[in-house]
Design a protein around this ligand. Structure first.
Ligand SMILES: CCCC/C=C/CC(=O)SCCNC(=O)CCNC(=O)[C@H](O)C(C)(C)COP(=O)(O)OP(=O)(O)OC[C@H]1O[C@@H](n2cnc3c(N)ncnc32)[C@H](O)[C@@H]1OP(=O)(O)O
Length: 378
């Protein structure tokens, strides 16, 4: 019981930071509880009961059950322990608790340590869940993990699913020697001829949705940059919470070389992270950074020797994934506030509109043609 009271008291505090759940969210959560496939256990059921009562009726207002009425007494104690917790906060806490119990349809539970569950059956983007970590892997090593149109959509979907699953965090990494060589330049050539405007519009929509999902991702988002990163695989790093890198990684944004312009909010995040002077050299002149330089400029959290990267990073991440998930999410929402997210969405929209026009430019078409005809490489 003491544990229950401590838990609820903690939620009083956490709840003050996040009063966001609507009545509809709450009603959905109530329905979801009834559909739970597994019994969540008595402790959780008592927490749910107390939060439900507080959310719907307010502070405990019924007499204490008799000493031998054990079950009702435990329930009453839990409700009473919520004191004057506001109804909206109780509603939010109820929704949070339910969402931590319910995996979304594709998602798995956290799973037992050591068991890995594959969540998305795609060859090019592999999504697994293990030890509280949803892992999204760029898996086209023979093409340096270049990102196809389909991969953008799969990653967007995987992130949306991961935002609701029971994992504590999501980690991106690449299979093979590259993290990712960025946008697959053949995306440009798989356009039905004569329909280039439509292609550009569709590309901008896909890109915008992709980046919006990173902006809104509610849990810690970590990149393990196992090798060189190019283009959009670099710019999205500005939207991650933590970036670990191999000392073999490099960071290259050759937008001007390709007749293109920055995306993934990097025109905003990079100057903010590293200051305009350094960001300009990367984003306008395409200066490639080593891992050490990216660390010095604040884009990378820590650099590891390539030989120990995997062992060290995954041990650390598994430990982090055991931290209380709601606390981590709430900390993230304070750091990336709603006004900041609003700003990021506006920047994303503007960058996508700019790129849509750029993709139709002679500069861009010429650069892609050169790559395709094997005349140019970065
Ligand atoms: C809708 C979304 C829009 C989002 C906009 C995003 C902007 C960007 O991301 S811009 C960055 C785009 N990326 C590039 O310009 C990189 C192009 N690739 C290269 O310059 C070189 O391949 C690279 C330096 C990465 C590696 O060179 P090498 O080590 O010499 O390897 P290969 O060139 O032999 O590569 C092996 C194989 O992979 C293919 N490849 C690699 N990267 C890409 C790519 N980005 N797009 C398409 N294909 C790529 C390369 O062609 C080789 O293929 P094969 O010849 O068939 O073996």
């Amino acid at each position: 019981l003491l544990q229950v009271v401590r838990f609820l008291a903690a939620r009083v505090h956490l709840g003050r930071a996040t009063m966001r759940a609507s009545q509809k969210d709450f009603d959905n959560a109530v329905k979801q509880v009834k559909l739970l496939k597994e019994d969540p256990g008595n402790e959780v059921k008592v927490k749910l009961y107390a939060l439900y009562k507080q959310a719907t009726e307010g502070s405990c207002n019924v007499p204490k059950p008799g000493v031998f009425d054990f079950i009702n007494k435990v329930k009453w104690d839990a409700w009473n322990a919520l004191g004057s917790l506001p109804k909206e906060t109780a509603r939010q806490n109820y929704v949070d608790l339910v969402s931590s119990l319910i995996p979304s349809s594709e998602a798995s539970s956290r799973g037992e340590p050591g068991t890995q569950e594959k969540l998305l059956a795609s060859e090019d983007v592999v999504v697994t869940s293990e030890d509280g970590i949803t892992k999204i892997v760029f898996n086209r090593p023979t093409k340096k993990n270049a990102i196809t149109t389909q991969m953008y959509q799969e990653i967007t979907q995987a992130l949306k699913t991961a935002s609701k699953d029971n994992s504590a965090m999501t980690v991106f990494t690449g299979n093979g020697d590259y993290y990712s060589s960025g946008n697959d330049l053949t995306n440009f050539t798989s356009t039905p001829s004569g329909n280039i405007e439509e292609f550009a519009k569709r590309g901008a929509d896909i890109l915008r949705d992709f980046v919006d999902t990173f902006i809104d991702f509610p849990k810690p988002l970590v990149a393990v940059v196992n090798g060189p990163a190019v283009g959009i695989s670099v710019t999205t790093l500005g939207l991650f919470d933590v970036v670990y890198a191999s000392d073999k990684a490099t960071f290259h944004t050759p937008f001007s070389h390709l007749g293109q312009t920055p995306e993934a909010c990097s025109s905003y995040t990079f100057p903010k992270i590293m200051g305009p002077a350094k960001a300009n050299e990367m984003l306008i002149f395409g200066k490639k950074l080593t891992a050490g330089e990216a660390y010095a400029q604040g884009l990378v959290t820590e650099v590891f020797p390539d030989s120990t990267l995997q062992k060290e990073v995954w041990a650390r991440l598994k430990a982090y994934a055991k931290l209380p998930p709601n606390a981590m999410r709430i900390s993230k929402s304070l750091i990336k506030s709603s006004s900041e997210r609003e700003k990021l969405h506006a920047v994303n929209a503007e960058e996508c509109t700019t790129l849509q026009a750029r993709w139709l430019s002679e500069e861009c078409i010429g650069a892609v043609t050169s790559f395709m005809s094997r005349k140019a490489k970065l």
